[in-house]
Design a protein around this ligand. Structure first.
Ligand code: SF4
Length: 321
């Protein structure tokens, strides 16, 4: 965040800061970075080898507005399943691969639109043919740095998975990929605590223009997880940092997409679906508002047009205003 973004009183302005200009890449038809809209991603929670269940979940995600989906590739069968899954869904698919680079080769042959690799758990010698293959197929790779799986030498040098260590992990992997002539790169720097995540993304965005995938990893479930993701992702977006996002929740992935859109809507970045404004109710409430709000929420769930519906319990914040 540059000093120009802070006013004379040292206070961050309330309006969104100018979005950081990044390189643009394409995952299937979805553009990421540059002036492309900030896209919403999610990840399936099914066993990828179970094609029927995975396709069913991805179709629910598509209906909720998910624009890119990631699937876990745990073995060769999962990597091969991508071929059939890809055939039956509309949104681009990213293969998420840890430990076994040869699975990335199969995933690419099966039609994956992009790869997510973790530099912390794959050696460069084994990764090199994958990067060269991705280059020849124009398949983007996300360098997904996770605080929990940082390279050992960086962990020791920085005495932990500090934001600086995470950024250096990403930068040196980028440099290595660039030396191989590969530039279709996207980066994430996820930690499970919000402040470290924010700091890592801030630092990285000063050093590099590759597009950024935002997220707070292992955020947990329920309200706590939503608050963590909203603060982490929301603050970064407010500072103009971030090109695509995934809200990680323990639970239904459709909720991840809903929360993602709520974050974008709260910041006035993108609007999708019906926004329900309702009062908290109090002793003046003249109707049974809580079940009514739940009923309306359910009823407008499938509407994708950006609308606002206001439900107030009495004249004070209702027709009176
Ligand atoms: Fe109470 Fe009426 Fe305000 Fe709702 S709109 S919180 S019922 S005063």
């Amino acid at each position: 965040m540059g000093a120009r973004n802070i006013n004379s009183a040292g206070i961050l302005p309330l309006t969104l800061m100018e979005r950081r200009k990044t390189h643009q890449i394409s995952i299937g038809p979805v553009k990421i970075g540059g002036d492309a809209p900030i896209s919403i991603q999610s990840m399936t929670k099914t066993d990828t080898r179970d094609i029927r269940k995975t396709v069913f979940q991805i179709r629910r995600l598509e209906a909720s507005g998910c624009e890119i989906v990631r699937v876990a590739v745990v073995d060769e069968k999962a990597a091969q399943a991508i071929h059939e899954i890809r055939r039956r869904i509309r949104i681009p698919l990213i293969a998420d691969i840890h430990f076994h680079p040869h699975l990335a080769q199969i995933a690419m042959e099966s039609g994956a639109d992009a790869l997510r690799l973790n530099p912390g758990n794959m050696g460069r010698n084994r990764l090199k043919p994958i990067v060269l293959e991705a280059k020849s197929r124009s398949i983007p790779i996300r360098i997904g740095v996770n605080s929990g799986s940082l390279e050992k030498d960086l962990f020791e040098r920085f005495k932990g998975a500090t934001p600086e260590a995470m950024v250096i992990s990403a930068l040196r992997t980028i440099e290595w990929m660039e030396d191989l002539g590969f530039h279709l790169i996207k980066v994430s720097l996820k930690a499970s605590d919000v402040l470290r995540t924010i700091e890592a993304y801030r630092l990285f965005s000063k050093e590099s223009n590759y597009p950024l995938h935002l997220g707070v990893t292992e955020a947990g479930r329920g309200q706590g997880a939503i608050v963590k993701s909203s603060i982490g992702i929301g603050l970064l977006l407010h500072e103009g940092i971030g090109d695509t996002l995934r809200v990680s929740l323990t639970g239904d992935p459709v909720e991840e997409v809903r929360v993602g859109y709520e974050i974008l809507r709260a910041l006035n970045i993108r609007r999708r679906g019906v926004e329900i404004i309702s009062c908290p109710t109090c002793g003046r409430c003249e109707i049974d508002l809580i079940p009514l709000v739940k009923k309306i929420e359910k009823g407008v769930d499938q509407i994708t047009a950006p609308l606002v519906v206001a439900l107030m319990g009495c004249v004070v914040n209702g027709p009176g205003e």
